[in-house]
Design a protein around this ligand. Structure first.
Ligand code: FES
Ligand SMILES: [Fe+2]
Length: 428
């Protein structure tokens, strides 16, 4: 459990808050590249960490990210005209370049005035189908992270954005929680849950967890025992990295594992990006060594159903008011009543906790070990920053970062499956 004070400390990310200051040390997604589809396209109002911005793509294709309010008297620049290599406020015509310099101030008689003023412009990059920004202190800007999916050809990567009315920590904890897969996602992971006697690793809903701190946050291994049809006892291992401040990789299942390489695997790199305390943009990057079947992926997630989500505005549509879209009439064949749509199952359970979950009455169990460690790392970072110290995990070199889900042969050390992970603590 978390006290109300610690819960506030860890969840609130607005300007000036300790956790807000931690998040401001990292690069974050601000929108999909497709939301700024061409030069001089419509500007985009967006929200990151409780602050309002405007993003635009100028006549030459360069991206700009400015505070949304015009520096003259605060009109939203998202109403502005994007023209001739700048964005012009429609109220009195002040015009800004992507670097924040003023190109025109038509209601001031002194032409030198605009040379002396400048709007704050934020570093912005386009990579992997995402527009990224850094809004933290200028003198502490980290190099751009080399996440493993960024260099892949477009067809091997599929980015989905979903805006949820929940605090980032709920989403993050859902993703770090291995034990829920054996229940919540029974339709997907244990398709014979109501008919078959065949064992599956996911039938073990009390996995044993080993959690270790790493340079980027931590990684954990969840071990599940399973007896195969021919009576063999095997152990399945799922290794998941948590990347500070709010990302993780969910591994796709390896058809072949140690020594044999892998084939046709899709991993999910998920960045839970706080728009404000109660709204989070989840950027799910599906990536792998083959062309991604985008329609199939959306279907599996439950997101091909427009009652739940569409690319019109990326907002998750189901709410408590319609029971999150649950269909109770199919619960004899569907464990949840969501017919196996993985993401809509996740969205329902985390949304049902309220926008910011109250963690003061929880009853945590050994299966929650990874969640407890994530909270600890985040609280340590918030406290360090509040004391004027550097938070741990300001890592930007992600070469070798990976995840794994597959069978673990007897006597195999699981660390060999993620050889690129650097440890801060020794493992025995
Ligand atoms: S408020 Fe934008 S130009 Fe006046
Ligand atoms: Fe889930």
């Amino acid at each position: 459990m978390l006290t109300k004070e610690d819960n506030d400390l860890i969840c609130r990310i607005g300007p000036g808050t300790p956790m807000g200051n931690v998040f401001r040390r990292y690069w974050h997604p601000v929108c999909l590249a497709e939301q700024l589809p061409h030069n001089d396209c419509d500007p985009l109002a967006l929200k990151l960490l409780g602050q309002n911005f405007v993003a635009f793509r100028n006549t030459e294709g360069q991206l700009g990210l400015l505070d949304e309010g015009c520096m003259h008297r605060g009109t939203s620049l998202a109403l502005g005209r994007v023209e001739h290599c700048g964005i012009r406020c429609i109220y009195h015509g002040w015009k800004y370049a992507v670097d924040g310099s003023l190109m025109d101030v038509p209601n001031h008689p002194d032409p030198g005035y605009m040379q002396r003023q400048r709007a704050r412009a934020y570093p912005v990059r386009e990579a992997g189908g995402i527009v990224w920004a850094y809004i933290g202190p200028t003198d502490k800007q980290l190099p751009f992270p080399n996440f493993p999916f960024l260099e892949l050809p477009d067809e091997q990567r599929f980015v989905i954005r979903v805006n949820l009315h929940t605090n980032y920590l709920q989403n993050l904890e859902g993703g770090l929680d291995s034990s829920h897969s054996s229940n919540l996602h029974s339709d997907f992971f244990r398709p014979g849950w109501n008919t078959s006697t065949v064992n599956n690793a996911m039938d073990d809903s009390a996995p044993r967890l080993e959690v270790e701190d790493t340079e980027f946050g931590y990684h954990y291994a969840a071990f599940r025992r399973v007896t195969t049809e021919d009576g063999k006892d095997i152990e399945n291992v799922r290794i998941m990295p948590f990347i500070l401040p709010s990302s993780r990789i969910i591994p796709g299942r390896r058809r072949r594992s140690i020594g044999g390489g892998t084939q046709g695997v899709i991993d999910f790199f998920i960045l839970e990006t706080p728009m404000d305390d109660e709204n989070t943009a989840a950027y799910m990057v599906l990536y792998g060594d083959k062309k991604i079947d985008r329609e199939g992926a959306l279907f599996q997630l439950g997101l091909s159903d427009e009652r739940f989500w569409s690319t019109d505005d990326y907002t998750y549509k189901a709410t408590a008011g319609n029971r999150w879209g649950q269909n109770r009439s199919v619960m004899d064949t569907s464990w949840t009543g969501f017919s196996g749509g993985i993401y809509i199952e996740d969205a329902a359970v985390i949304g049902s906790m309220g926008a910011i979950a109250d963690r003061s009455g929880e009853h945590l169990v050994p299966g929650d070990k990874a969640i407890i460690r994530a909270r600890r790392l985040l609280l340590e970072a918030a406290k360090a920053v509040a004391e004027g110290k550097e938070p741990r995990g300001l890592s930007t070199d992600f070469k070798g970062l990976s995840a794994f889900d597959g069978d673990l042969p007897a006597n195999q050390d699981w660390h060999q499956l993620v050889p690129g992970h650097r440890h801060l603590v020794e493992h025995s």
